[in-house]
Design a protein around this ligand. Structure first.
Ligand SMILES: C[S@@+](CC[C@H](N)C(=O)[O-])C[C@H]1O[C@@H](n2cnc3c(N)ncnc32)[C@H](O)[C@@H]1O
Length: 221
């Protein structure tokens, strides 16, 4: 077993997190035992954060007790691994617009009490202010399939993220434009990102997610 980041491990050659709820799978992932501890294999094709780690992510600020604002939490596939990492002392505020995906997420939240589901539009960060009151966010993680992805991130970061903390953005080119050249879409988005952020790292998520880039960002100033 090798430690890749705090609470993120390589077990038998696969990226894994220690299962917060032993014996329980979330999305059909493999459970593996090592020295009496149960780990969940993290599927590189189902989670962009796992894909980014595999592709050489250099910094991951997640640790036990971290507070995460997750935009586009969906059914909780990636969030379940973040939930393993941050443990019972951490918390994920998980925002999603879709009632359908929230239903699945709610079943996960029954056992994983460190995930707070929030049915809301990430375009309106003031709508979930009451949930975050009294918390200091350590990471904004964003994976929403919207044309204005950069704008949504900027609004949320401005409102909730202290200047010295990181944001991770999964950018899907085809959500911004289905017709324009992918590289051109990324070029424009990066120009927009640079107005507000220092881009610490850019990772192409191919072959795990085609036409997606993963950015590690810090606010300017
Ligand atoms: C690609 S999925 C996220 C997958 C998830 N991050 C994971 O790795 O398990 C994108 C999600 O963004 C949500 N979404 C799209 N627009 C949104 C918005 N304006 N506010 C909040 N969620 C949004 C969709 O409902 C969908 O669940």
């Amino acid at each position: 077993m090798k430690k890749l980041f705090e609470e993120i491990f390589e077990v038998h050659g696969k990226i894994c997190t220690q299962n917060l709820i032993p014996g329980k799978r979330i999305y059909g992932e493999k459970l593996v035992q090592e020295k009496g501890i149960e780990y969940r294999e993290w599927d590189l094709f189902r989670s962009k954060l796992a894909g980014a780690i595999q592709k050489g992510l250099q910094q991951c600020p997640l640790q036990k007790g971290s507070v995460v604002l997750y935009l586009g939490i969906s059914e909780g596939t990636t969030a379940s691994h973040i939930s393993d990492i941050i443990g019972e002392t951490g918390i994920i505020f998980g925002v999603d617009l879709s009632q359908q995906t929230m239903k699945k997420l709610l079943t996960i939240c029954e056992s994983r009490t460190n995930i707070v589901p929030i049915l809301a539009d990430a375009n309106q960060p003031e709508k979930y202010q009451e949930y975050l009151e009294g918390f200091t966010v350590d990471l904004v993680y964003m994976d929403v399939s919207q044309k204005n992805q950069v704008e949504i991130l900027a609004k949320n970061v401005e409102k909730y993220l202290p200047k010295d903390k990181l944001a991770f953005l999964c950018l899907k080119a085809k959500s911004i434009s289905s017709t324009e050249d992918v590289n051109k879409v990324f070029e424009t988005a990066e120009k927009q990102l640079k107005e507000k952020f220092n881009i610490l790292q850019t990772l192409d998520l191919n072959p795990f997610d085609k036409d997606h880039r993963f950015y590690a960002l810090k606010q300017k100033g």
